[in-house]
Design a protein around this ligand. Structure first.
Ligand SMILES: [Zn+2]
Length: 449
């Protein structure tokens, strides 16, 4: 017992990431509102090795580098002192200024979120072992929940998912909906949702008529941590780590692949990097990381999956394929269609159910998502989960979303709110999919307004 305690304390002491790397560093927001500027910026990003954190349709949030000013880009300062920012974030007694959104532990008052589960677990960011333990507890408490293991990470951690369905049980021809979180290590808020979704669905089955109907029609699968090695590394060593932890051969001190650029469909065709040191490194070959290979194999093993959604942070974007298409195809509002999938029916299906989710999320607390193909909403990204799930695994509705917040690790007060928003977004998505399939079976084709 004593030994366990000592080991536990030691693990706790070692668990603080190194914040000295942020001395003298600041985060700026670069204006990318025209296509020429965007293309120039992406070129500089690659050549100067810029560290881009956030990206929207008209801006990028990036660690300041003299090259940005030298090239004449317009920018404003978002966080002047990242060392101070992260020191405050990781402090056990954070210094909170009244009304400052980024302040950890601030008691921002949200209206009643109307969720069934109210659990201390969702009041802080959790480590991998705690997440796994929570999945065990939820499975033990509900007859409707089962776990599965679909592979091992590079460092040997189990790749685990869990699923929930109505009382008639699994594997009886129901439609399958798959949600995965934690593909990018530093994005700490989505994994909370992948646990919460199963947890709250199981709790509401039998008492909430909408949820009961949905779980009688669908199996819901979630994978809380797709990239467990990177996730743990972001907690213990480098808090802004994004990639996997597999070393890159022949490149000294270079570790990790961007798993969301490592999928086989249209791999390496733009919006990913062949430089192993880059944060968007696509790998030496498609699926040369065990985590991406296992996730694809798992999707391909499903016979009746209708939706797959990869959940990221941050910025409020609800996106769908095709990520590999060039932004120049669709960077005007009228051309949204040109970056989508070829099939008009499938494009309409993605757009319609994306808009249904957007409206449902907005009704919770006014937060809005941008909906559209990946290159239209954010930027070109080939080798993504989303394109592969649609084009190769044959999962008709494939989404990749960026959830609320203006940071990869926003104040923990965002966790419950994000969970409540995404829960409504997923409910609306599943209702939209179910009704679309019924209409199509009756010969009615989808039309957009
Ligand atoms: Zn991400």
């Amino acid at each position: 017992m004593k030994l366990t305690l000592v080991a536990g304390l030691f693990a706790g002491a070692a668990a603080t990431p190194n914040l000295d790397v942020w001395n003298g560093k600041s985060l700026v927001k670069v204006d990318l509102s025209d296509l020429v500027t965007r293309e120039a910026f992406h070129h500089l990003e690659e050549s100067a090795g810029l560290d881009v954190w956030g990206h929207g349709r008209d801006y990028a949030e990036v660690m300041f580098d003299d090259a940005i000013a030298d090239a004449g880009f317009k920018y404003e300062v978002v966080t002047a002192d990242l060392h101070e920012h992260f020191t405050n974030f990781f402090a056990s007694e954070p210094v909170c200024e009244e009304g400052k959104e980024r302040c950890v532990g601030s008691s921002t008052s949200f209206k009643d979120l109307n969720t069934t589960i109210d659990d201390e677990y969702y009041t802080q960011y959790q480590r991998f072992d705690t997440i796994v333990a929570k999945m065990d507890t939820i499975e033990a408490e509900s007859d409707l929940v089962e776990q599965f293991t679909f592979g091992k990470s590079f460092e040997g951690r189990d790749l685990k998912g869990f699923k929930v369905t109505g009382s008639s049980g699994f594997d009886n021809g129901k439609k399958v909906a798959v949600y995965n979180c934690g593909t990018h290590a530093r994005e700490w808020i989505p994994p909370a949702f992948c646990v919460y979704l199963v947890h709250n669905l199981a709790a509401e089955y039998g008492s909430d008529s909408t949820i009961t109907a949905l779980l009688d029609e669908f199996e819901i699968h979630t994978i809380p941590i797709t990239n467990p090695d990177g996730y743990e590394y972001s907690h213990t060593s480098s808090n802004m780590w994004r990639k996997s932890r597999k070393p890159n051969e022949g490149v000294r001190a270079s570790v990790g692949t961007d798993l969301n650029r490592n999928f086989e469909y249209m791999w390496g065709t733009g919006g990913s990097s062949s430089l192993p040191t880059s944060d968007s490194y696509m790998g030496a070959a498609p699926f040369d990381n065990p985590e991406s290979r296992a996730l694809a194999d798992y999707w391909n093993s499903l016979t009746n999956a209708v939706v797959q959604m990869d959940i990221h942070a941050y910025g409020g974007m609800w996106m769908y394929p095709m990520g590999y298409k060039s932004e120049s195809n669709c960077r005007t509002a009228a051309d949204k269609r040109n970056c989508g999938v070829e099939s008009e029916a499938d494009f309409n299906a993605h757009e319609l159910c994306g808009m249904a989710s957007k409206a449902a999320v907005e009704a919770v607390n006014g937060y809005t998502f941008d909906v559209g193909p990946i290159p239209y909403v954010i930027y070109q990204a080939s080798g993504s989960t989303c394109d592969y799930a649609y084009a190769t695994s044959g999962i008709r509705w494939a989404y990749a979303i960026e959830v609320r917040g203006n940071n990869f690790q926003p104040p923990v007060s965002n966790i419950k709110l994000s969970n409540a928003e995404l829960y409504e977004g997923v409910k609306a998505q599943l209702e939209c999919i179910a009704s679309t399939l019924i209409l199509e079976a009756a010969g009615v084709s989808l039309k957009l307004d």
